[in-house]
Ligand binder design. Structure first.
Ligand SMILES: [Zn+2]
Ligand SMILES: [Zn+2]
Length: 144
């Protein structure tokens, strides 16, 4: 599985991730837009390593999801549902990411009218997005 390496804006946090396919999925929900000043674009990763741990903090943006970010510069690092096997990681923190495709938009019914992507994507409503969340409670990364 391809492994990607990178860092946050201030370079305090080093990130490595195993990403099966470098395909972007983009979330238009209000929480993501507040968090990123725009839609949150992400790779789905099997494993994400954020080091050193003491430079990383997380925020529980709902009862079912958490967001990790750098304590020093605030770079958005990852998003994950508490019970999901995969983690959504910010692709722009990685070096040498090539051959990216942008295939999926989620929470599309929450997208403001003032922007839209020109490329062809699969679009899912918030209800359809939530239905895709894995309900097996077996993976709890970054728990303190
Ligand atoms: Zn940083
Ligand atoms: Zn979102």
């Amino acid at each position: 599985m391809p492994e990607y390496h990178g860092s946050c804006l201030c370079k305090a946090v080093q990130v490595s991730a195993q990403v099966e396919k470098p395909e972007l999925s983009t979330c238009h929900c209000e929480s993501c837009r507040k968090w990123c000043t725009g839609p949150f674009m992400a790779f789905e990763a099997k494993h994400v390593d954020l080091e050193p741990k003491e430079k990383v903090t997380h925020y529980a943006s709902s009862d079912i999801a958490k967001r990790t970010f750098c304590k020093s510069c605030g770079t958005s690092l990852s998003f994950y549902y508490n019970n999901m096997k995969q983690i959504c990681v910010n692709p722009w923190i990685f070096e040498n990411v090539q051959g990216i495709t942008s295939n999926v938009e989620v929470c599309y019914d929450n997208k403001p009218d003032c922007y839209s992507f020109a490329n062809d994507t699969k679009k899912y409503t918030e209800a359809e997005t939530m239905a895709m969340v894995d309900t097996i409670p077996e993976y709890l990364p970054y728990q303190n």
